[in-house]
Structures are given as C-alpha cells and as structure tokens.
Design a protein around this ligand. Structure first.
Ligand code: UFG
Length: 329
C-alpha cells in the first residue's frame, strides 16, 4: 500500500520511511530538499522533489495510488519562528493548506500529522494530557496548531480522518547509525552536547540554572526517534482501519534535566564534556513531560528504545560515524 511521506528526507520522516518499509508499506517521499538530505533516503524508495504547495501534488497522489499521507514537511525551529514568522506561516500553514486541498481533490482521506508539544505552551499540569489547554507561546507551535485545526475542520466537513502526533523532545538515531539528526544550524540539546564531546564545539552552554526544578535546569521528555516512527505506522493503520480523528501525545513519560542529559552523555561517550552555565533562553518552559497513556491504550504503542542511555548511545553512534552529518549541502 502506497503512503506519501512529505518531508521524508528529514530527521523524523527518514526514520519513519524505514518503519513503513519494515511494516510492509510502500513509502513514496515528497520533499523539496530545502532542509532534507538526499543521503537519508534508502535505496529504491521513490522520491519526488516537489513542494507541498505545488498544484501538481494532486497528480502525484492520483498517479501513485496514494492511500494515506504522513505529513512531516515543515520548518521546525522555535527560535527561527520568532525571528522570521513569515516563512512559518507560508511554509507550514499555507503549504499544509495546499497539501490538504490536494488530498481532498485526489480523494486521499487519511493524514498522520507531525505536531508538537509546543501546541500546549506553558503547561499548568504535569504530565500533560491531550485535553490540556492549547496555548502555544511561539509562532512554530501556533502554526502546528493551525494545521491541526484545518485537519479537524476538513475531517468534520468532508469526512477525511487524521491523527495528529504531538511529539515531545525527539532524539536519538536509527540503531544502524546510517541516519540521524542533521539540522543546520543545530539548536537541539543532545546533538549539541555530542558535538562538544567530539570537539566540534568548545563546550555546551546550559541555558539557565535558576528554574524551579531539582537541579535548577529545564526538564524535558526525550523520546527516541525510532519510537516516534513506530507510532506513525500504528496511527496510519488505525486510520486505514476506520479509526476516528484525534490527537496523541508522544513522549516517554520521563523527565530529564539539562544537567542529567550532560551527565549521561559523559557516561556514554567517556568524554568529560566542557560545560558553561549561561542565561535562560527566551520562551523555554521549565518542565515538559508527556502523558502518553492514550496512544498506549488505544494504539498499543510502547516506546521500546527511549531509555536515556539508549537514546544518547544511538545518537552518539550516528555522530561519531557522521561528524559532518550527511555532508550533502
Ligand atoms: N538547551 C541548553 N543548551 C543548548 C540547547 C538547549 O541548555 O545549547 C536546553 C534548553 O534550554 C531546553 C533543553 O535544553 O531546556 C532542550 O532544548 P531543545 O532545544 O533540545 O528542545 P526544546 O525543548 O526547546 O524544543 C522541543 C522541540 C521543539 C518543540 C519544543 C516544544 O525540539 O520542536 O520542544 O516546547 F517545539
């Protein structure tokens, strides 16, 4: 069965392409390669270089007998979204609108959408459940929420169905070490810590030590990218089997502080990673931990790879083998 994977050459998309192959689906990648990597695509996977807003997407969907869409293609950096909102509204919101319309015209009725914990903003209750208040504090989170709303409206008006997967902190890499995280510029904690371990950066800066947490640094819920990938396959099966539209959180349910991440990375790498303590980064909530009970009970999802040493170990494997990422820019 053919599944279109937009942004299939990106970090989470490329891991999900492998999960689809393993589950017996035929992924077809649609990517404009503005941020994706040719080197992340497995041999033999059909790849179409096209923007999600291109009117030709209707023909791609029809010509390839697409049964469902996994929609990853998006800009995804919180900081960038606050400096350059236009590209987030254009690429994420307008681009997704065109994609959703193309799907409607082509009669493709199922969407698995890559959403984010950023739709919640600063949470009032931890762990965060799906029915918590949706109050994003940055443009990136707002664009993802707008897309969830569009999918919801299309679902109730046209009868199409979707699952929005709200990721917490995606991290790690495929156990093979052949694909992994390669953003430019990199802003995420674990790859930056590992770059410091490799000597590519002089140190890691901890953004704030005065949060209301046990050690004063921010707490996040890190989830292995391979566990995210598995959830997408389960969500697509659920929709194909007639499941109703809804959103699910995706996290491990465990919170780790920035200091704990650095300590674990020291253990995994054997490198005494240099640390500098800096100011808070604007807009960072103190603590984000997911309740993922809904997806566990409804889809039977189980995060098998998300023990912290495994997340950092797999990321380290990738970084050691590919210190310059895919090296294709
Ligand atoms: N951090 C540092 N130093 C760094 C980089 C990050 O101390 O050099 C800290 C941050 O302050 C934060 C934690 O490490 O407390 C994790 O930061 P990341 O940038 O790795 O991830 P975020 O939690 O900021 O972002 C994640 C996702 C976003 C999503 C957001 C929701 O990557 O896509 O959660 O709040 F929008």
């Amino acid at each position: 069965m053919n599944i279109l994977v937009t942004g299939g050459a990106g970090y989470i998309g490329s891991h999900t392409v492998r999960a689809l192959l393993q589950a017996g689906f035929t992924p077809i990648i649609l990517d404009n390669f503005s941020r994706g990597h040719h080197g992340s695509i497995p041999e033999g996977v059909k790849t179409i270089e096209m923007d999600i807003a291109d009117p030709q997407v209707v023909n791609v969907l029809k010509d390839n007998d697409i049964k469902g869409i996994m929609h990853f293609a998006a800009h995804s950096q919180v900081g960038e979204s606050m400096q350059n909102p236009a590209i987030y509204y254009e690429n994420n919101v307008v681009g997704s609108y065109h994609l959703i319309e193309s799907a409607r015209k082509a009669g493709v009725n199922h969407f698995v959408f890559s959403s984010t914990a950023a739709v919640y903003g600063e949470p009032k209750v931890i762990p965060i459940q799906e029915n918590a208040e949706l109050s994003p504090t940055n443009v990136y989170g707002r664009t993802k929420l707008m897309i969830e709303d569009m999918l919801k409206d299309y679902s109730s008006i046209y009868g199409s169905t979707y699952v929005a997967l709200r990721y917490f902190n995606a991290a790690g890499a495929d156990a093979s070490g052949t694909i992994g995280e390669d953003h430019s510029p990199e802003t995420h904690l674990i790859p930056l810590v590992l770059d410091a371990a490799l000597g590519k950066r002089p140190h890691i800066t901890v953004f704030g030590t005065d949060y209301d947490t046990l050690d004063g640094t921010c707490i996040r819920d890190y989830i292995h990218v391979s566990d995210l990938a598995t959830a997408h396959v389960l969500a697509m099966r659920y929709l194909l089997d007639g499941g109703a539209s809804r959103s699910f959180n995706l996290g491990s349910g465990n919170g780790f502080s920035v200091k704990a991440i650095i300590e674990t990375a020291r253990e995994v790498t054997g490198v005494d990673i240099p640390v500098v303590y800096g100011e808070r980064r604007a807009g960072d909530p103190s603590t984000l931990i997911a309740s993922s009970e809904a997806i566990k009970s409804i889809l039977g999802w189980n995060p098998e790879h998300s023990e912290l040493h495994q997340i950092i170990g797999d990321a380290w494997h990738w970084h050691q083998q590919h210190p310059n990422g895919f090296d294709d820019k």
